[in-house]
Design a protein around this ligand. Structure first.
Ligand SMILES: Nc1ncnc2c1ncn2[C@@H]1O[C@H](COP(=O)(O)OP(=O)(O)OP(=O)(O)O)[C@@H](O)[C@H]1O
Ligand SMILES: [Mg+2]
Length: 295
């Protein structure tokens, strides 16, 4: 698997952009979302990316939370361009990649992903085709969405194959997570695989209890199964890392937050997910997204 990816990458380095695109590779696309805001999505996304990178995966994070400069704040870096520039045809996707730690890259969505409705077909094709490059270069693409049941968040989830819902033990966070799953279920069309992470727990027992509660309700009333990815304890080292604008996994590699992320990262690698070869990749994701926005 790794050998094959390496060979492809070597091949890519020796081929031009057009040839790359015709290779038609796909990356694993993981959407991270939540019903309620402020539950830890962005810190989860960034530190999960670091775990994957430690497993020799090429990872890019797309910040799809418009307006609030999320990932930029955690990495402490400011990108110059965003997907809005790609949508306007001003930049290619490789120009909007920003370097983060551990070889991770990130892309700011800017307003680029909110404006997928009022564009010409030519613009749309240019935009979608640009994503072939990300499929060819990256193994994993993590999309950090905003919170809540807004149209754009729902569309992102509908377009994805694998969605991680982050919740905390707070009752409002639990009910909002359930409401989000219900909304997705009620929309027609494609459904992603749902996975759940319970963040900021006091202990493992609390995490299991909350996962079971949500999974039971969504199984019974919505006929939706959710996979358990585990839980993350409340950790003041994470709070410290946020204040220092550096990922906790880098600053405090042995803290309980980092340890929990390590466990979740390996679990996700072991899990039977849509194999990369069968996955629609980020280009397929963007095609779906554009279709959803325009229907
Ligand atoms: N495991 C944890 N232990 C302690 N504090 C945490 C933990 N997870 C998150 N937090 C706190 O919650 C804050 C919000 O986290 P984060 O920005 O990742 O949430 P978010 O879901 O991305 O928010 P938004 O919905 O605004 O995008 C962090 O700055 C931190 O203070
Ligand atoms: Mg966030």
């Amino acid at each position: 698997m790794i050998d094959q990816a390496d060979n492809l990458r070597n091949l890519l380095n020796n081929t031009n952009r057009k040839d790359r695109e015709s290779l038609d590779l796909s990356a694993r696309v993981i959407t991270v979302t939540s019903g309620k805001g402020g539950v830890g999505k962005t810190n989860f996304s960034v530190n999960l990316a670091i775990q994957f990178s430690k497993m020799n995966k090429k990872v890019v994070i797309i910040d799809a939370d418009f307006g609030l400069a999320n990932i930029e704040v955690i990495f402490g870096i400011m990108p110059r361009y965003s997907l809005a520039n790609v949508l306007k045809g001003e930049k290619d996707i490789e120009d909007v990649l920003t370097d983060g730690p551990f070889g991770i890259k990130f892309i700011s969505g800017g307003s680029g992903l909110k404006e997928l409705t009022n564009i010409t077909e030519k613009q749309m094709n240019y935009f979608i085709n640009n994503f072939s490059y990300l499929d060819a270069i990256f193994d994993i693409i993590i999309i950090d969405t905003g919170a809540g049941i807004s149209k754009s968040v729902v569309n992102f989830i509908k377009a994805s194959d694998e969605t991680i819902i982050v919740t905390t033990p707070e009752p409002t966070s639990i009910t909002d997570a359930y409401a989000l799953i219900k909304t997705i279920k009620e929309e027609r069309g494609h459904m992603p695989k749902f996975k759940m992470v319970v963040n900021r727990v006091d202990d493992e027992e609390e995490g299991v209890e909350i996962y079971e509660k949500i999974n039971r309700a969504s199984g019974k009333f919505l006929n939706v199964q959710i996979e358990d990815l585990g839980c993350i304890p409340y950790d003041r080292y994470l709070v410290k890392a946020v204040k220092k604008q550096e990922p906790a996994s880098m600053l405090y590699p042995n803290c309980s937050f980092t340890k929990a992320l390590e466990k979740i990262g390996s679990k996700m690698m072991d899990m039977d997910y849509v194999e990369t070869s069968q996955s629609v990749g980020i280009k397929g994701f963007m095609k779906r997204l554009v279709n959803i926005f325009n229907n």
